[in-house]
Design a protein around this ligand. Structure first.
Ligand code: NAD
Length: 250
């Protein structure tokens, strides 16, 4: 396609899209013809750079764990593009705490992780819902993790936050149809800033390379491909798609 996107081009908002999986998702949806909103909270320069590299994208900074900022993010999206068709709730955080270190998973850590991963996802979705509904074919894709359904993950609070996102996905799907579909993608280990050069993830990566059916660790574009597929899967809602090279089988 050449020239500016037509006015009717769909608009996608990807939270936490200045790097890693979110960036790959934003780039993939842009390649599919979406106009895209890039978001992050701290890495403003990186986010602006991602937006500048796409045909019709804008960067909007917001901490989605703060309700007012999540609402503003959606409001500014509508102000800029006039519509919202796809919301990808990707922003998330973790900290590596061995599961056996029960006191290491402090109440503060629980609150920090749940505030962004669960409540951030919820309040961004709630703010976006009237606009997604208006299109008649809105789509939400939540980024979960293999840790949401397997006894794995960087910490118990992180794994529980992803399990919550998966059930939120099913409950919302059952509530907001037929106008809006809600699905999730649950990646296994993916090479991003979080996981590269990490003592915690290195042995897991080695295990995945040796034993998972597809014999490699995931790349951000593997996850982006699955998200893009779900945006087109018009008869699919309430699903959680594992994108893990088969690692759940080992
Ligand atoms: P990343 O650190 O590269 O990206 C995180 C993004 O979120 C960044 O753009 C960051 O600026 C943004 N962000 C952080 N806090 C935010 C906030 N409060 N408000 C808005 N944006 C915020 O990490 P990643 O590895 O690409 O992870 C992205 C998602 O994928 C997370 O939800 C994570 O749980 C999930 N995930 C990652 C892996 C993996 O192996 N990397 C595996 C499974 C699931």
């Amino acid at each position: 396609m050449t020239g500016p996107a037509p006015d009717r081009a769909k608009v996608a908002l990807v939270t936490g899209s200045s790097s890693g999986i979110g960036k790959a998702v934003a780039e993939r949806l842009a390649a599919d013809g979406h106009r895209v909103v890039i978001n992050s909270v701290r890495s403003v320069e990186e986010g602006e750079k991602v937006a500048a590299g796409l045909p019709d994208a804008v960067y909007i900074g917001a901490d989605v764990s703060v309700e007012e900022q999540a609402r503003n993010l959606v409001a500014q999206t509508i102000e800029h593009f006039g519509r919202l068709d796809v919301l990808v709730n990707n922003a998330g955080r973790t900290r590596a705490v061995p599961h056996a270190d029960l006191t290491g998973a402090s109440p503060e850590l629980w609150r920090e992780i749940l505030d962004l991963n669960v409540i951030g996802t919820w309040q961004t979705t709630v703010a976006a819902m009237p606009h997604l509904t208006r299109t008649g074919a809105g789509c939400v894709v939540n980024i979960s993790s293999i840790a949401g359904s397997r006894p794995a993950g960087s910490s118990i609070p992180y794994a529980v936050s992803k399990a919550a996102i998966e059930h939120m996905t099913r409950l919302l799907a059952n509530t907001v149809g037929p106008e809006v579909r809600v699905n999730a993608v649950a990646p296994g280990l993916v090479e991003t800033a979080w996981t590269q050069n990490s003592d915690f993830f290195a042995p897991i990566a080695e295990h995945v390379r040796k034993t998972a059916p597809l014999r490699r660790v995931g790349r951000p574009d593997d996850v982006a491909e699955a998200v893009a597929g779900l945006t087109r899967a018009h008869y699919t809602t309430g699903q959680v798609l594992l994108v893990d090279g088969g690692a759940h089988l080992i």
